[in-house]
Design a protein around this ligand. Sequence first.
Ligand code: NDP
Length: 457
Amino acid sequence: MSKNNVNSAKTREYLSRYMEGVKKRNPGEPEFHQAVYEVASTIFPYIKDKPIYHENQILERMAEPERVVYFRVPWTDDSGNIRTNRGFRVQFNSAIGPYKGGLRFHPTVNLSILKFLGYEQTFKNSLTGLPMGGGKGGANFNPRGKSNNEVMRFCQSFITELYRHIGEDTDVPAGDIGVGGREIGYMFGQYKRITNKFVGVLTGKGLEFGGSQLRTEATGYGAIFFLRNMLQAHDNAIEGKRVLISGSGNVAMHAAEKLLHLGAKPITLSDSGGFIHSSSGLRQEHIDWIKALKAERRGRIAEAADEFPEISFQEKSRPWSVEGDCAVPCATQNEVSIEDARTMIANGVKAVAEGANMPCDQSAVEAFQEAGVLFGPAKAVNAGGVGVSGLEMSQNSGRISWEPDLLREMLENMMGDIHDSCVQYGTRTQGPVDYVSGANIAGFVKVADAMLSYGHV
Ligand code: NDP
């Protein structure tokens, strides 16, 4: 994505014509345009002397989902009112395996966001080295403030339509924002009931019914392994680093926990109400308390400042103005703007690892790269989650379960391999590794070559 990537006039012209086409075919979908641009701007320079990809229109075909399912989700609330939400599944690319990617339940969910996520997922899944295609889905349903029974009825209605489009060899959804263990349990239960089949059709399941050890922790833990690997590859160490984290969901809490394991200091967390800060670093007791607050009591992050005097809370702001050495945004897309990036650079942030999907907007990424900040893009940094989901699929089809230690080792190795792939394709003659180009090209090559083998399908 750095301007250096698009260095010849001809490549710039191809890219600009390509993006014009993408925008024309997908009007009103800014997140999707942003995601396609981010990949295409690094792939065009790579394929400029590889005509086979142009002749076979690989980038054009990759930007078109294979299938989009769009459906009504009616359900009844606790007061007896009938409510109607919109459900989606974007089956983006199955060149290297069954569609795989999460389900998001959030009021902002729309086709643009799910297409951006499904497109990104295709490259991310390829990077893991496992045979998984890319997909994403969800609904504009807000689980916040709903009773367990309401969430259950919603999940049951959602899967009553979706079940016919998914399957263990077709499309295997998982969790994402607003979809955790509770929602996966309700959806798996309904799938099993409708189909009379106990198969690995969803990942992120409870351990009692086919879930994998370490799946819950995998995205956040994997993100911190990647951050450590980036620092190590540039003669730096993670020990003692003060790390800004946003979010307080699955990814954020496990990222914070792994930082503690590795001797670093998570100093912030957030939710949509604001952020908390502890200059001496959050401890495991804080993390355990906040996990319980979020998972069991479904409370707000502000409550942590009432409970612990060493923690402060700032309402309606993000943590990017706090001084730190590294940042791991783990909440949502476009939560780091160019102004936030400039503040972090001025404050001496040396490395940024995207725990969430596309949390840094395009100009923020460029600012980090131009300032020589190590920048790990989401599709590499947070690939550990889908990686362990892939391992859950393997365990389900073999009807076995692997021990936590083995899975921990597999996750750490997988993040090491992903880092190596980024270095392979992203090393430059000068400056730090360009992880954005490295991840995009490494992810692209495998999917593109599989698509070439299939002919024009
Ligand atoms: P959760 O729902 O568990 O947590 C999301 C967190 O982000 C919550 O603290 C939430 O606060 C906050 N948040 C969400 N939207 C906003 C917003 N618009 N503004 C401010 N804060 C917001 O989600 P996950 O942790 O699972 O996912 C976080 C990110 O990581 C997403 O981008 C997701 O796509 C990505 N990801 C997740 C994976 C996983 O395994 N879970 C795998 C790979 C990527 P609040 O509760 O107030 O809304």
